[in-house]
Design a protein. Structure first.
Length: 356
């Protein structure tokens, strides 16, 4: 890539001077036609030297100011804009048009075939004022506060002043087709949009520093295979208060059983045969085919009584008339509960839990 050589007038804060014009050995027909159109006085344009002299004099005129583009800016910060239902009125009162004016500092039609423009001091001053009074205020309002915010804004403003004074817009040499009388002109064929984009890059946004990241302290894993965070201390297991046995309900709907909790305990015990005395024979009811007998049980004696009014039903011949289990035993539960010679109506029901 060839080295870009610019005259001293293209440097920052340099005063304006005559442009540096370098033409090729063969002049382009469009350049000859342009110079003849803009010069009121007919001048001979027969060689490269005549073309170079004519173009240099034309671009060195005091009125040779080019309009690169026109950009719309707000007059005041966003917080101070006037609101109105009429959008046209609101746009006219809150915005301003700044024309980006420049002058030609360099024409190179040999190596790079380009023309270089530098902004006028008036245009630079307008851009600096807007950046300081509007752009910086909006940038500060749209970012959070930190310790070095004021210093960062001041640095951005100083850098913008330097960038605006160093700004040089380069365009194709055919941009000189927009040349008019007295050396003024404007960019044609959509080149103004390119100039607008290049000037817009001068406005660098205010970038706030990222908030500090808090380091999360995590315990070291106990085992090498552990990947996630683990607790160093186990949570204590809450101790439940002991419950009384009669308050505990079984979760199973099956009826409760009274089986041994350790059935193997009895199997491990050994028993030996023991000689026991014969028990005293209890009183037994003699067998008789007579009608049923009932017993009147007193607190000390049980006396049998014969009921002649009740006769047993006939039984089949294959079965005995009366089974031993069908006889009422003396002092049995059936007698005590009123199944003896007394009827049910003669006994009042005992409350539950009363020892008989």
């Amino acid at each position: 890539m060839p080295t870009v050589l610019l005259p001293s007038s293209a440097a920052a804060f340099a005063p304006r001077s005559s442009p540096n014009v370098v033409l090729n050995t063969k002049v382009e027909p469009w350049l000859t036609a342009t110079l003849k159109r803009v010069n009121r006085v007919k001048r001979p344009l027969n060689n490269v030297t005549q073309h170079t002299r004519c173009l240099t004099e034309t671009l060195s005129s005091k009125n040779a100011i080019w309009t690169l583009c026109s950009m719309m800016f707000t007059k005041v910060p966003q917080a101070e804009l006037e609101k109105n239902e009429n959008q046209l009125w609101e746009a006219l009162h809150n915005h301003q048009m700044i024309h980006m004016e420049a002058y030609v500092v360099h024409v190179d039609m040999v190596s790079r075939n380009e023309v270089a423009f530098k902004l006028t001091p008036e245009t630079i001053e307008s851009l600096v004022d807007f950046h300081k009074e509007v752009y910086s205020v909006d940038a500060a309002a749209n970012t959070y506060n930190w310790s070095g915010k004021h210093g960062e804004l001041k640095r951005l403003q100083e850098e913008f002043v330097q960038a605006a004074n160093k700004f040089v817009y380069r365009a194709n040499a055919q941009a000189l087709e927009g040349l008019e009388e007295d050396g003024a002109g404007e960019l044609l064929s959509g080149r103004s949009e390119e100039a607008k984009a290049a000037i817009g890059k001068l406005f660098v946004p205010l970038v706030a520093p990222s908030p500090p990241v808090m380091d999360v302290m995590r315990p070291m894993p106990i085992l090498p295979s552990s990947t996630g965070p683990e607790n160093w201390w186990q949570n204590p297991v809450p101790q439940q208060a002991p419950l009384e046995s009669w308050k505990v309900l079984s979760p199973s709907p099956n009826p409760a059983t009274t089986g041994d909790s350790n059935p193997n305990l009895w199997a491990s015990l050994s028993f030996s045969d023991a000689q026991l005395a014969s028990p005293t024979p209890s009183y037994s009811q003699p067998f008789t085919p007579s009608p049923f007998q009932t017993y009147d049980c007193l607190p000390t004696t049980c006396m049998p009584t014969t009921s002649a009014t009740i006769s047993p039903p006939p039984l089949p011949s294959t079965f005995p008339s009366v089974f031993p289990s069908m006889l009422v035993q003396p002092c049995s539960t059936a007698v005590n509960m009123g199944m003896g010679g007394f009827s049910w109506g003669e006994f009042a029901p005992l409350p539950y839990g009363t020892i008989a």
